[in-house]
Design a protein around this ligand. Structure first.
Ligand SMILES: Cc1cc2nc3c(=O)[nH]c(=O)nc-3n(C[C@H](O)[C@H](O)[C@H](O)COP(=O)(O)O)c2cc1C
Length: 359
């Protein structure tokens, strides 16, 4: 099972609650999490980008460290873990992004990857005058396909000519080339997002409870197989583990009881502007009253896997077998302690079961 950590480089991480740890992200904190993840043997970290927070009593995501710059710093201070930077297609020109990622690739000696985001949240980009047009929600994957082909050409050949409605590049240069294919992941869950991911990405991120997971993982696997490609699917989850089930349950119940309703409503307002059907925005709207196992909005719609260490390991293995996913992207309540406990108590159980099953 491929395992990574979704770094909480936006304020307060991924929990919209007055009783979760309150923090403004710092490099020091992100480095501590990444070094812990590397030490316990996780495969990768991924950081996010948000240009406008969701406010509320907790100031949810109001501060956010830039993802690519953060990866550059982490690259210099780590040795083996892969570093995925989020590239926002509306915020950075593809030739500039290609150079920034090539730089992280050099610093990390070949450990950089890209999480490509099309931008679902209009206020974030409209505040900078960067929301392109009224039909952008519907055309965002079209633009992103061109964006990726430009970056890939520059990483491979160091030059590209590309003329379209979206981009005008005339013998554009970008050296040094990367000398390796930079892996690209995408998190589109809408039908358009799935089609796009199957065609262009190496991994797809999905989120949903155990049954939904199977339903949403399959289309990417089928569509990519039809195109002769292999695209892995990683489930995004929050881990709440403790010595006993009761202790873990008390933690999530307290977080839900203290939900930051104003911040949740602000996420809802943005999600309801999204006209691209059946994607993440719909999942957010459904998450207002969903059980935590299915993706409640207290946890930004991420399903919670909770319980004793043994129970969490068992549930993770079950979900993988049941849905055909290739791994998971993990978030925690307290990230440094959470990653350490995961490495100490849960990961050995998962690896032992994998070894047993392989034999
Ligand atoms: C693991 C993961 C990471 C994401 N990171 C970001 C991010 O950093 N910034 C952002 O604007 N959107 C981010 N998103 C949102 C997606 O990129 C995508 O825009 C969203 O899922 C909507 O696409 P859809 O309508 O096709 O589902 C992320 C989603 C997931 C699941």
């Amino acid at each position: 099972m491929k395992l990574g950590v979704f770094l909480p480089n936006g304020q307060n991480g991924y929990i919209l609650s007055k009783s979760s740890p309150q923090f403004v992200p710092t490099f020091e904190h992100m480095l501590a999490i990444t070094q812990e993840a590397e030490a316990v043997g996780l495969d990768f970290i991924l950081s996010m980008i948000k240009f406008r927070g969701f406010h509320g009593a907790t100031g949810f995501w109001d501060s956010c460290l830039d993802s690519i710059n953060l990866s550059a710093g982490l690259a210099a201070a780590t040795k083996t873990i892969d570093l995925y930077s989020t590239v926002p297609v509306l915020g950075i020109h593809p030739a500039v992004a290609a150079r920034m990622i090539a730089t992280v690739n050099d610093i990390s000696k070949g450990r950089s990857g890209v999480n490509i985001v099309t931008g679902w949240n209009k206020p974030e980009y409209a505040q900078m005058g960067l929301w392109p047009s009224a039909d952008y929600h519907d055309r965002r994957y079209e633009l992103t396909a061109e964006y990726i082909s430009i970056m890939r050409a520059l990483w491979r050949d160091g030059r590209v000519t590309h003329k379209s409605d979206f981009y005008q590049l005339d013998d554009c240069e970008c050296f040094p080339t990367t000398g390796r294919d930079i892996p690209i992941v995408c998190a589109g869950q809408s039908p358009k997002g799935v089609k796009f991911t199957a065609q262009y990405a190496e991994y797809n991120f999905v989120f949903g409870g155990p049954d939904k997971l199977r339903r949403i993982a399959q289309p990417v696997l089928e569509e990519s197989a039809r195109l002769g490609r292999k695209v892995g699917t990683l489930a995004l989850v929050t881990i709440i583990a403790a010595p006993t089930d009761a202790e873990a349950e008390a933690i999530w119940r307290d977080l839900v009881a203290n939900v930051d309703q104003e911040a949740v409503m602000n996420v809802m307002r943005s999600a309801s502007m999204d006209t691209n059907p059946d994607g993440t925005s719909k999942h957010f709207l459904e998450g207002l009253n969903a059980p935590v196992e299915e993706g409640n909005m207290t946890f930004m719609g991420f399903p919670v896997i909770w319980g004793s260490y043994e129970s969490v390991a068992r549930q993770m293995l079950y979900q993988q077998r049941h849905s055909g996913i290739s791994g998971m992207l993990l978030t925690f309540v307290d990230f440094v302690a959470g990653v350490r406990a995961f490495g100490e108590h849960i990961l050995p159980l998962i690896r032992a079961e994998e070894t047993r099953a392989a034999a």
